[in-house]
Design a protein around this ligand. Sequence first.
Ligand code: MN
Length: 217
Amino acid sequence: MTLTFDASPQILLNVVGKMEAFPVRRIYCVGRNYAEHVREMGGDVARSEPTFFTKDATTIVQSDTEILYPPNTENLHYEVELIVAMGPDGIFGYGVGIDMTRRDLQALAKQTGGPWDRAKNFTQSAPCSAITPAADWDIENKRIVLRKNGDIVQSSSLDNMIWSVPEIIERLSADMDLQPGDLIFTGTPEGVGPVIPGDELEGGVEGLAPIRVRFVG
Ligand code: MN
């Protein structure tokens, strides 16, 4: 059997320190996982539970590449997040991602009770760093930071996550079919804000490879 046309290529992420690549399957994202971010979005921390949504693997942007400012938004926001990369034996490694969000379309979806796809799951909406193997890193007491044009705009500790990484994996596994190759964006701390063409973002977590992107319009 031949293919009607060429299949889409497998999306890959570099693995730090190894001559191998991580093949991406699905992307799961956690929303509302830092109390200060729930507050800045106008939510009630006491009544709010973290939530899940997804992005396609095809939305991934590798580090040090350009992102074309997307259509149908006047409020494209950054959200820096720790990424957990699942392997055949549990957690394979960790990275840094930026959950790009068309905030105006998200507000519309919240108003109408509609899905978040247009707000979250659009072309080039998932910048991802290279993946550091879990054996080479420890999550304890690590800072997570986002710089916009060199200035720090988001800064927190991974200890501030409402659901820890094991809790996220437990809940996702109970609900979804978590498989090797899946990435989990674990939620963003406070300080989210807009970008415009010409802006540069650098997301970092202590000890992990950074993610750097530049926006063009
Ligand atoms: Mn997010």
